[in-house]
Design a protein around this ligand. Structure first.
Ligand code: HEM
Length: 516
């Protein structure tokens, strides 16, 4: 009896020691042949790492990659999170094995119902229909062209405002909120039609922004839904209240378009002519049928897709616009070179606006925008991907329940591809090194990934061409209309801060003086 007691005690002690030993020393051993990573603590996994700020998190991931290699695993709750830092592996996954890596992890169903969205949709027929609708009906070049009057209107309004502000002489102008509101307005017109008043846009923008902020606070719910729903109940309540507010504001706009659609159907061709009708995103969604369920979208689902359209396109484009202008202020010789190029195209006409058609004649402008996208990509990680089935990739298991994350922020500064990668040098995009063919630099990464600010493969950002058009059009007109200078004695501080995208920690302030 005594002997058995000692045997069982020694077995328990040796098991305990083995556990401690595993935790302390076997940190490099992958489980189930997952990619390697730091050993997860019982229950919480590597969740403790999330207490760090975004910048710390990125540095921490970089040092883990240095220790464990280009693919690593962390454990957040019950879900392994895999991080891929190497551009060749990213190409192999997203482009060569595009269909396998095109899924998304399930989105948290906050009020018991999943939201319909392109970004969150699983890789399947609903995603295909929604994405095809957006790309063919809204982002196709002919449709984008039909909104040129809206871009001109929004830009003119912004230039007027900047002109008024520049009259205050040596008083610096803070531009970021103007950029954000302009980008938002552009997308609101494309989404709900071009007759929405400015005050209404401001109201929608404020509610939507709070909604996104509030969502980011409750998004932890996907980690342990049962527990976190209780812990975050107050935040959830606030989130649902905001959702109701957004419905009150936006549903009438959707119903108005529905009414117009019915009138249009009864009047036929005449309606188009009499009302100078340009269709909007809501119109395309009202016409859409979900294939598997054989039904149209509900008003609530349309509202969700519209929010996605507005939010996906506003923050990323406006933050990038600010980064590019900041670099033009910091490096006046780049601004001057760009101005000279624009002047060459505009001639001596002294027209106030650079037209969209003129942009095609400005290679240096394109190089400035590409360098902005490389040096300051608004997202340093793609939206998490997932695989539909367990697969073996590069010798490791990619389990179905894992999130697969691509560290785009690291790929665009690979010194093997980019000489002096931390400098802002648009000229690098004029050299033959990075112009793969007569089309110039391939931003889609289809042949090779050198940077991927918009992702690559099947889930690549469908709005990339629109975003580039907005950036080119606004930057060209800002430089053509004003000279942008740093505040006296002030260097432009390019420190980063993570919000939904990577923002300037110290928003750009500039002295602007009209050129005409
Ligand atoms: C500078 C501006 C923009 C940047 C840097 C950007 C970047 C991105 C990135 C990195 C992704 C994730 C790709 C992936 O997960 O593999 C994405 C997805 C997406 N973007 Fe953009 N984007 C921009 C502008 C826009 C605009 C203007 C729109 C629409 C009007 C848009 C709509 C979307 C949508 C719907 C998705 C989800 C695609 C899917 O899951 O199939 N984006 N974007």
């Amino acid at each position: 009896m005594v002997a058995w007691f000692f045997v069982s005690i020694s077995i328990s002690i040796s098991l305990l020691l083995k556990l401690i030993f595993n935790y302390l020393f076997q940190t490099r051993k992958p489980s189930r042949n997952l990619p390697p990573g730091p050993y997860p603590l019982p229950i919480i996994g590597n969740l403790y790492l999330l207490r760090k700020s975004f910048n710390d998190l990125q540095c921490m991931l970089q040092s883990l990659h240095a220790d464990f290699g280009p693919i690593i695993t962390l454990h957040f709750g019950s879900r392994p999170a895999i991080f891929i830092a190497d551009r060749f592996l990213a190409h192999q996954a997203l482009v060569q094995n595009g269909a396998i890596f095109a899924d998304r992890p399930p989105a948290p169903a906050l009020n018991g119902r999943e939201r319909v969205g392109i970004t969150t949709a699983l890789y399947g027929s609903t995603w295909r229909v929604l994405r095809r609708n957006l790309t063919a009906e809204m982002l196709h070049s002919s449709r984008v062209k039909s909104y040129s009057h809206v871009r001109k209107f929004v830009l003119e309004r912004l230039l007027k405002l900047l002109k008024v502000q520049s009259k205050s002489g040596d008083h610096p102008v803070q531009v970021v909120e103007h950029f954000r509101f302009s980008m938002y307005s552009l997308l609101v017109f494309m989404c709900y039609g071009d007759k929405i008043e400015e005050n209404k846009i401001k109201e929608i923008a404020e509610v939507e922004r709070n909604l996104v902020l509030s969502f980011s606070r409750v998004s932890m719910i996907s980690i342990w839904p049962r527990v976190t729903k209780i812990v975050f109940r107050k935040q959830l309540k606030k989130f649902f209240q905001l959702q109701e507010k957004s419905k009150d504001l936006v549903v009438p706009l959707i119903l108005e378009r529905k009414k117009v659609k019915e009138e249009k159907l009864s009047e036929g061709e005449n309606y188009q002519v009499n009302n100078k009708y340009v269709s909007c995103y809501v119109d395309t969604l009202l016409n859409l049928q979900l294939p598997e369920e054989n039904r149209n979208l509900s008003v609530e689902e349309i509202l969700g897709l519209c929010s996605e359209f507005l939010n996906a396109g506003t923050d990323n484009t406006s933050t990038l616009l600010q980064w590019i202008m900041a670099n033009l202020v910091k490096y006046p010789y780049i601004q001057e070179k760009l101005f000279v190029e624009i002047k060459g195209v505009m001639g001596d006409d002294h027209e106030e606006m650079v037209k969209e058609d003129d942009l095609q004649k400005m290679p240096y402008l394109k190089a400035v925008i590409l360098e902005g996208l490389r040096r300051h990509p608004p997202l340093h990680f793609l939206i998490p991907h997932a695989v539909k089935e367990d697969v073996v990739f590069n010798g490791y298991l990619m389990p179905r329940n894992a999130t697969v994350n691509f560290m785009t922020g690291d790929m665009r500064i690979d010194p093997k591809v980019w000489e002096d990668p931390m400098s802002f040098k648009p000229e690098r995009f004029l050299s033959t090194d990075h112009n793969e063919d007569e089309e110039g630099f391939d931003i889609t990464g289809s042949k090779e990934i050198k940077m991927m600010p918009f992702g690559a493969g099947r889930r690549i950002c469908p709005g990339y061409a629109l975003a580039i058009l907005h950036l080119e059009y606004f930057v060209a007109n800002f430089v053509w209309n004003f000279e942008w200078k740093a505040v006296d004695g002030d260097d432009v501080n390019l420190e980063e801060k993570q919000e939904f995208s990577v923002w300037m920690k110290h928003p750009l302030q500039a002295l602007i003086s009209p050129r005409f």
